[in-house]
Design a protein around this ligand. Structure first.
Ligand code: IPE
Ligand code: IPE
Ligand code: MG
Length: 265
């Protein structure tokens, strides 16, 4: 038997999970808080940057499997507004990794028809990285079927404040009347306008908080928290999260579809 024919236990486990997945019940939009890189490195006696580096490998795996199963929207929390408060050396390493990642993935986004869509206070990024981010965003902006939204220097409350400012300006200019203000109109002022709200939010590393990520957009999102550290979160872990999502009943405030006694009332 040649090497290429050997099927590993990992592949068998993955195939088994894939077989359980219901293609009709996939989330349209998965948002991910990629957390735990530093702890992954510390557990191995490595510098934090090695955790971030390994985190990029995990990201490639997760995006691949999401693409393969047919999830059109993935949004990742890559760098928060609050992350600027980390030591300068870590921040500059993270910026360098972002630069390397984009240079490496640029071609693949084009070949696979993936829109790279950055959100956040991009003006705070170092000039060279910002230029690259904008170039990759522009050259992929015509792709609509697969969108990778990347939150960079992002804070959800700042996004809401910016949206309020935009709305107030349009009211003052007479473009919008106060009576027209509703949730749909407001959504149009957010950086994520046009994207569906996330159906599923994954956070790794055992933390069970939102850390200022998409607070408006996740109002009705299913939350999935796992203790797995981000660098260890790979294809199988993604499939497990998707299966968990598929086991849930999204009620949106309505009563259960599945046989609660009140249904007969
Ligand atoms: C997430 O991992 C990556 C970023 C926030 C950029 P962390 O760096 O937060 O890792 P921990 O939480 O310290 O383990
Ligand atoms: C959230 O992780 C931000 C990103 C994953 C980019 P943090 O590690 O910065 O969040 P806190 O500080 O634990 O809330
Ligand atoms: Mg963290």
């Amino acid at each position: 038997m040649s090497n290429s024919q050997v099927v590993s236990p990992v592949q068998i486990a993955e195939a088994d999970l894939l077989a359980q997945l219901d293609a009709d019940l996939l989330p349209r939009h998965v948002a991910i808080i990629m957390d735990g890189n530093g702890r992954w490195a510390a557990l191995r006696g490595l510098p934090r940057i090695e955790g971030h580096r390994q985190g990029l490998t995990a990201l490639r795996d997760v995006l691949d499997i999401c693409h393969e199963v047919g999830i059109p929207h993935v949004t990742i929390y890559a760098f928060s507004h609050e992350n600027w408060n980390r030591p300068a050396a870590e921040v500059s390493m993270l910026m360098r990794l972002l630069d390397e990642y984009l240079k490496h993935e640029r071609q693949s986004f084009m070949e696979r028809g993936i829109r790279f869509f950055p959100i956040g206070r991009l003006e705070k990024l170092p000039h060279a990285v910002r230029t690259l981010v904008q170039e990759v965003a522009e050259e992929t902006q015509h792709f609509t079927e697969h969108v990778l939204t990347v939150a960079l220097s992002y804070g959800g409350r700042a996004e809401i404040i910016d949206a309020v400012k935009g709305l107030v300006k349009d009211i003052q200019l007479g473009i919008v009347g106060e009576g027209q203000i509703n949730e749909d109109l407001f959504e149009g002022y957010l950086t994520t306008h046009g994207l569906p709200d996330p159906d599923l939010l994954i956070r790794t590393s055992g933390e069970t908080r939102i850390s200022n990520f998409l607070p408006w957009q996740i109002a009705y999102t299913e939350l999935y928290f796992t203790k797995t550290l981000w660098p260890d979160f790979r294809r199988q872990e993604t499939l497990a999260a998707l299966l968990d999502y598929q086991s849930r009943e999204r009620r949106f405030g309505r009563v259960s579809h599945t046989g609660s006694p009140q249904n007969g009332l």
